[in-house]
Design a protein around this ligand. Structure first.
Ligand code: ADP
Ligand code: ADP
Length: 221
């Protein structure tokens, strides 16, 4: 269940966003992808999820080559984009139904109930998304990301814009949801990495600067 990136290059016109990056994560870790704004975090994540085409380089999700087998790769990935684009007029349960249908899931009722309970949305499921606080909207975003039970989660700045209590809650939830999953989580805060990550990859100006383990996963529980 690792994520592997080799010699990825991405340019937007004259702007080099990813300048030949390579890394490989361990399985079942939460990996903090740390770097300031503009470092290339979103671009890397959008490449892994297949949203951006690969111009040069290769990526693998659980040994599935993203360029050669994008559909299979997508089945293994849950993605929470930075701006968490939810349909505000939809009810929570409706949003999840929609997401489940996108993945062609069967027996969606049971699965939706499971993720609603896992993400702490039981009391919110009959509310419209526009009625929810930003913290609860992030829960819905996470519920959408895990609906198809992916082995890899890609979370783009999942706590940015939340208040301190919401940050604590969302970090705790990410930790709970990450059991038996590999999670790549981008952030510009070292505190966030220290709070929940097992491993850190530092990116700056489109280059990987450092990668190291913070602690072994087993010692965490
Ligand atoms: P991060 O997620 O770390 O903030 P991004 O991957 O969004 O970084 O951006 C990396 C670089 O690529 C930045 O210089 C950013 O301005 C640029 N960039 C990102 N998206 C586009 C785009 N659609 N068009 C042009 N430049 C872009
Ligand atoms: P972030 O890096 O904070 O996640 P994004 O890269 O997702 O932000 O930027 C938001 C939107 O603006 C995206 O559609 C992105 O492609 C676009 N964008 C980002 N930087 C630039 C840029 N320098 N020129 C043009 N579009 C950009």
């Amino acid at each position: 269940m690792s994520i592997r990136v080799e010699n990825l290059i991405k340019t937007y016109g004259k702007q080099t966003a990813l300048d030949n990056i390579s890394f490989r994560t361990q399985s079942n870790h939460i990996i903090g992808f740390l770097g300031p704004n503009g470092a290339g975090k979103s671009t890397t994540m959008k490449t892994l999820t297949g949203i951006l085409p690969i111009e040069s380089g290769e990526c693998w999700i659980n040994d599935i080559n993203v360029k050669k087998d994008p559909i299979q790769a997508k089945r293994n990935i849950g993605y929470l984009p930075e701006n968490n684009p939810l349909y505000l007029e939809m009810y929570v349960s409706e949003m999840l139904q929609y997401q489940a249908e996108l993945y062609g899931l069967k027996n969606t009722k049971k699965r939706i109930q499971e993720v609603i309970s896992q993400t702490g949305l039981t009391l919110e499921k009959h509310k419209k998304i526009k009625q929810l606080s930003k913290g609860y909207r992030q829960r819905v975003g996470l519920a959408c990301a895990i609906i198809h039970d992916p082995q890899v989660l890609i979370l783009d700045e999942p706590t940015t814009g939340l208040d301190p209590n919401q940050i604590i809650e969302i970090r705790q939830l990410i930790k709970e949801l990450s059991k038996n999953k590999t999670v790549l989580l981008s952030t510009h805060l070292m505190q966030e990495v220290e709070a929940i990550c097992d491993e850190i990859i530092v990116i700056h100006q489109g280059k990987i600067k450092e990668q190291f383990l913070l602690h072994e996963k087993d010692s965490k529980y």
